[in-house]
Design a protein around this ligand. Structure first.
Ligand code: GLA
Length: 400
């Protein structure tokens, strides 16, 4: 009897040990508990990034009120790196970053912001700069010594590398530095990263190819390969993967194009609203130092951002589609629902949201608040409807 108990206890201990060993080593626990908010250089500046651009983005993030609205990370994307030194350490471009990356990180930190950088799991980045394959631990140590708080890690030039293994290696390297670093996986959804991204140590993972600054229509790249996406193409690719997102691990439908000039203000408002409802990372991609009041008003709308940053961390989903008219809903921590009426069509149209579509019984009376109009619309029972502009949204909170 005694030895049987002993055997059971040892088996339980072994099982527990096996579970502990199998538990994934997250790159960083305790960061990105709500979707990360910040700015990234790529969508506006691409390889024309330099230290003045980054500093002015940090300055503008503070002076525009974006920092107060919750934006935190200033991230340099591709093209900051040129070579490796004799010891294999990554070297920043001395022409575009003459003060060095550490000094730039210090500047960003002095503004009360956090600093991010970019690399790639292959031999070269997408823009052909030196990447991290074979240098993962060395690069992670370098980043930590510079004060990096966020790493976007791309997937170009990876050959036959296994995606989950490659991302896990960098996650382990980041973890070994002891510095909390948000780990942003950018392999474009090619290997369904929502299935393994959290286990590999990712805090967010791109779900699609690159966004472009247009409303709809996937467009081929100049080399004929497929495709950059309009806002609607990206949104459609989020359907079905919502449940993989949650605190610390988010689906990333790519960075914002709000303010880059290719869409109307109505379309940008819709783009931002949808990203907020999707619990997407909110990485502004425009020139923060030169934005119009309309664009600033979109990026800093606190009621809309509050939907994105809701502590429950539920990703919203499309709950109804009727041609070009759609209803999207996100469950909030207080039991209310954020709801978007989306009009993809060419003319204004009335769209109705039924309580049964957003998770309430018909008979419930609920207050409805229009977030962009900042206006309480009153109490409704069973449903509510609004006229929605072409390529636009109405975004409300429905609260029983
Ligand atoms: C890929 C990524 C983009 C950007 C570029 C940089 O295309 O998906 O977001 O980082 O590389 O070269």
């Amino acid at each position: 009897m005694k030895s049987a108990t002993c055997a059971i206890v040892s088996t339980l201990i072994l099982m527990l040990a096996a579970v502990l060993v199998a538990v994934p080593a997250r790159a960083t626990d305790g960061v990105a508990l709500t979707p990360p908010m910040g700015w990234n250089s790529w969508n506006k500046f691409a390889c024309k990034v330099n230290e003045d651009v980054v500093k002015s983005a940090a300055d503008a993030m503070v002076s525009s009120g974006m920092k107060d609205a919750g934006y935190q990370y200033i991230v340099i994307d591709d093209c900051w790196q040129v070579s490796r030194d004799a010891n294999g350490n990554i070297v920043a471009d001395a022409k575009t970053f003459p003060s060095g990356i550490k000094a730039l990180a210090d500047y960003v930190h002095s503004k009360g912001l956090k600093f991010g950088i970019y690399s790639d799991a292959g031999v070269k980045t997408c823009a052909g700069r030196p990447a991290s394959r074979g240098h993962e631990y060395q690069d992670a140590m370098t980043y930590a010594s510079w004060g990096v708080d966020y790493l976007k890690y791309d997937w170009c030039n990876t050959g036959t590398e296994d995606a989950q293994a490659a991302y896990t290696t960098m996650a382990e390297a980041l973890k070994s530095t002891g510095r909390p670093i948000v780990f942003s996986l950018c392999e474009w959804g090619s290997h369904k990263p929502w299935l393994w991204g959290a286990e590999a140590g990712g805090n967010l993972w791109r779900t699609t190819g690159d966004i472009q600054d247009h409303w709809a229509g996937a467009r081929k790249w100049p080399d004929g390969s497929c495709c950059s996406n309009g806002v609607l193409d990206i949104v459609d690719q989020q359907v079905g993967i919502e449940s993989y997102a949650g605190p610390g691990h988010w689906n990333d439908p790519d960075m914002l194009e709000v303010g880059n000039g290719g869409m109307t203000t109505t379309e940008y408002r819709a783009h931002f609203s949808l990203w907020c409802l999707l619990a997407a990372p909110l990485m502004a991609g425009n020139d923060l130092a030169n934005m119009s009041p309309d664009i600033k008003a979109i990026l800093t709308n606190r009621e809309v951002i509050a939907v994105n940053q809701d502590a429950l961390g539920m990703e919203g989903r499309r709950v109804k589609k009727d041609g070009d008219s759609e209803v999207w809903a996100k469950e909030m921590k207080d039991g209310s629902r954020a709801v978007i009426l989306l009009n993809r069509g060419a003319s204004d149209t009335e769209i109705s949201a039924a309580w049964t579509d957003i998770g309430y019984p018909d008979h419930v009376s609920a207050s409805v608040r229009d977030l962009w109009a900042a206006k309480d619309l009153g109490k409704f029972t069973g449903s509510f409807k609004m006229t929605v502009p072409s390529h636009g949204v109405v975004m409300v909170i429905v609260k029983p």
